[in-house]
Design a protein around this ligand. Structure first.
Ligand code: 3PY
Ligand code: MG
Length: 249
């Protein structure tokens, strides 16, 4: 029903990439990524501009996930109405904030998402209640862990029903820990280990928004991180260059 949810809950590693309305995502969505992450926090576009991109991903392998700019019901509603299969919210620091996020993502009785008719491709349902229950169950809900306060409240956040991934904001977390962008240092690595262990304890996934520059994705996979993005640009260039190199010219 939602392949990205199955990938996460079955303990497989989900690898995505980031994109925006300025590129044709239909090719990327079939390239092998599990998800495409549309970031509306640190980007020049708004959620409502994403509808054509998300529509262009219909029936393709990668799931559209949206990072909202803040943990607000209206932002989450815009993203879900556009057809997002999962929501990422920045700076979730307490259990109450995680609960509010989950409530905004889900329909009654598990939440208070406002209804706008069937949105996204969730299939055909004989009863409307079945559609509501399916979305409540299948949507991917991803709070971001990027502050000291979130680290202190990690167990409480991870135990909120509906939370699927504890997603590290790598740079914000390093700044909060007073080791700005020093991703290899011990203080930072200890925090990562704590997050991976807490996610495992609660039967959910740990993720990194991005793999820090110069570091190996499998280093993080071995540490227990099962959800992250990789930049598609260098890989696309490599593929094009190697294809062109085979042509006599
Ligand atoms: C961070 O590095 O803090 C992020 O949120 C990634 O954009
Ligand atoms: Mg951040």
């Amino acid at each position: 029903m939602n392949a990205i949810k199955q990938t996460i809950t079955s303990g497989k590693t989900a690898v995505g990439t980031t994109a925006g309305p300025n590129i044709d995502v239909s090719v990327l969505a079939e390239a092998g990524f599990d998800f495409i992450l549309f970031d509306t926090q640190h980007s020049p576009y708004e959620i409502k501009q994403l509808a054509p991109c998300i529509q262009a991903m219909r029936g393709k392998k990668a799931a559209p996930l949206v990072r909202v700019a803040a943990n607000q019901a209206d932002q989450i509603c815009f993203a879900l109405d556009a057809g997002a299969r999962g929501i990422i919210a920045p700076m979730i620091n307490t259990r109450a904030e995680a609960e509010a996020m989950v409530r905004s993502c889900r329909y009654y009785p598990l939440g208070n998402r406002s209804n706008a008719g069937v949105r996204g491709e969730w299939g055909e349902f004989p009863k409307y209640r079945d559609y509501l229950d399916t979305v409540n169950k299948e949507l991917v809900i991803v709070p971001m862990i990027e502050t000291k306060q979130a680290l202190e409240n990690l167990d409480a956040i991870a135990s909120v029903p509906g939370v699927d991934v504890l997603l590290i904001g790598p740079s914000d977390l390093s700044i909060e820990l007073d080791v700005p962008l020093d991703y290899a240092c011990e203080t930072y690595q200890r925090a990562l280990d704590k997050i991976a262990a807490t996610a495992a304890k609660h039967g959910i996934a740990a993720g990194m928004y991005f793999i820090p520059p110069g570091m190996e994705p499998n280093f993080f996979v071995d540490k227990g991180f099962k959800f992250f993005t990789m930049p598609w640009g260098p890989w696309a260039s490599n593929g094009i260059q190697s294809a062109l190199a085979g042509i006599k010219r």
